[in-house]
Design a protein around this ligand. Structure first.
Ligand code: FAD
Ligand code: SF4
Length: 510
């Protein structure tokens, strides 16, 4: 049987069992497509990074004697549609069987499923052999439960895969070292120079420009920093373990004007394209820990493993459990427009300016910048979650809907009414000041509420609580904040309302 095997741009798993042997009757196909570049406006580094990784992957397969058909974005044969390209190859190559790897995004899963139903040849779907869990595993684990708590899922994953476990008990005596993952970085602990691969991707950038793809953000195409091959992905992991793991947990939530990445791994692009697997990453982190146990504290290691074994798998499970209706949820009925400065970084609020510039310049912001700066502000400004999703899905090199959507709509925006987070992640300027040096050089004063130079987060925070009382005041974890609000004088509450209204009406002047 002549077989066509589809590989999507985020399925670059060279360790997949598909590739363990060559077969002259099997053709692999990989397509760069307008369908994928245009479903949202992406960061240029994301488009170029994906294409570079896909081209390298195709070359590697060919070197190993697999047959590959690769359509570049400007290929004359390229229909720019996934299913039309497949149809074209099925006819042209007289294909008798189509095989594909289960897509991680609902949109592509549906497209391929619908397409398969129209074909007269057999179709088979295979696992990507990437994740720890299968799609439905999380929903099965929580069957019959009201709340799908990440912590319960994570503990189960630790037990199931025997990670940081001793005789069925958590190693070190604690499941979670979150409380010791909250240090502010003050420049006292040295951060080694970042690993950059200096890839020259100018030809790909030219192709993207020639195709007329709309994009956002900056790129230095002669020195592209992200890993774009399996070898570079492994090098990124090794670099992280050698130099950064030792302080990862401590400074996980820290932010600083001079340091974009601090002790973060920057492994998400390599992992989300599947050039490297979560299992490999966790195994290497554990190996490093065993070799340097006297030097590296368990809290650093657990803090990192929790992100991958816990959060990443949890988010994927929640996505598949809650889609497709999840994409429409708007529990807090937020309808405001996303401020223009999200697309330019042109704001006097120093925390937002830094987080947005990081995003526009590098296609990157770390978790706390995404959650407690941009996400926090967007929620306090009561922005429509559709606009927020489009921004997050476009701007980050690691953004794929299965991980972006539950993080944004769920964890960051509470638009699902608490399916993922037990309370909204909102804060006034005090949290940002506690975890960063942003406020020190800001045009606004973090301790002021109503004055012209008052930190806008403050009035927006109390106004948010005021306006969302109907939805939030019965939430147990919000009780304390509501009791503070209720103790405020009516004059102050009116002043907050007026100040917040002024901010929201003139948001791009702030
Ligand atoms: P590190 O801090 O070094 O963490 C290691 C790895 O843990 C990451 O590479 C990532 O794979 C995983 N991880 C950490 N937190 C999460 C999480 N909450 N969910 C899933 N995996 C996690 N991550 C994405 O991969 N794609 C997204 O589109 C994305 N969108 C986000 C949107 C919002 C609003 C928020 C709050 C978080 C989002 N995250 C997303 C999670 C997280 O911010 C990024 O994974 C992380 O910043 C990537 O940088 P890093 O590799 O240096 O991560
Ligand atoms: Fe951000 Fe407010 Fe601090 Fe300025 S004062 S950096 S706006 S939190």
């Amino acid at each position: 049987m002549k077989k066509l095997r589809l590989i999507l741009g985020d399925q670059l798993n060279s360790k997949h069992s598909w590739f363990s042997k060559t077969d002259k009757n099997t053709i692999y196909c990989i397509f760069e497509m307008r369908q994928e570049t245009d479903y949202v406006t992406h960061h240029i580094q994301k488009i170029v990074g994906f294409f570079a990784a896909m081209r390298n992957f195709a070359n590697e397969l060919e070197k190993e004697n697999h047959q590959v058909i690769y359509f570049t974005i400007n290929d004359t044969k390229n229909t720019q549609s996934l299913t039309d390209n497949l149809l074209l190859l099925i006819k042209e190559q007289q294909i008798e069987e189509l095989e594909y790897l289960a897509p991680d995004e609902y949109r592509l899963d549906k497209q391929l499923n619908d397409f398969a139903n129209t074909l007269s040849i057999p179709t088979h779907v295979y696992s990507t052999e990437h994740f720890y869990t299968e799609r439905e595993e999380l929903a099965n684990f929580f069957k019959g439960k009201k709340q799908f708590l990440m912590e319960n899922f994570y503990r189960n994953m630790r037990k199931k895969h025997q990670i940081l476990m001793v005789n069925e008990q958590p190693e070190g005596g604690k499941w979670n070292y979150d409380a010791s993952n909250r240090k502010k970085w003050k420049g006292d602990v040295l951060i080694p120079t970042e690993i950059n691969f200096d890839n020259d991707v100018s030809d790909i950038l030219d192709d993207v420009k020639k195709a007329g793809v709309k994009y956002i953000g900056k790129i230095n195409a002669k020195y592209f920093e992200y890993p774009i091959s399996r070898k570079q992905s492994v090098a990124q992991l090794h670099y992280f373990c050698k130099h950064l793991l030792i302080h990862f947990g401590d400074y996980q939530d820290a932010m600083h004007t001079d340091k974009i990445y601090l002790f973060h791994s920057r492994i998400s692009f390599a992992m989300n394209t599947k050039m490297i697997s979560p299992k490999e990453i966790v195994a290497y982190v554990l190996e490093t820990y065993r070799q340097r146990e006297s030097e590296i504290d368990i809290s650093q290691v657990e803090g990192f493993i929790r992100q991958i074994l816990g959060w990443r798998e949890y988010m994927r499970g929640m996505y598949w459990h809650l889609m497709p209706t999840y994409k429409k949820e708007n529990f807090l009925s937020n309808t405001n427009k996303l401020p223009d400065f999200f697309w330019t970084g042109n704001t006097k609020m120093n925390c937002l300016k830094n987080a947005i510039h990081n995003s526009l310049d590098n296609g990157y912001a770390h978790h706390i910048q995404r959650l407690m700066v941009t996400g926090n502000f967007a929620l306090l400004a009561q922005v429509n979650p559709d606009e927020i999703d489009a921004w997050y899905l476009g701007i980050y090199v690691d953004a794929l809907e299965w991980v972006q959507l539950p993080n944004t709509r769920g964890m960051s925006q509470f638009a699902d009414g608490g399916k993922i987070a037990t309370k909204p992640y909102v804060s006034s300027g005090s949290y940002i000041s506690k975890m960063s040096n942003y406020c020190d050089s800001c045009a606004y004063k973090k301790a002021k509420k109503f004055e012209e130079d008052a930190c806008p987060f403050n009035a927006l925070y109390w106004n948010f609580l005021e306006e969302k009382q109907a939805q939030l005041s019965s939430n147990f974890r919000m009780k304390m904040m509501y009791s503070v609000l209720h103790k405020m004088s009516s004059t102050d509450r009116i002043k907050i309302k007026e100040k917040a209204a002024h901010i929201l009406e003139n948001i791009d002047a702030y």
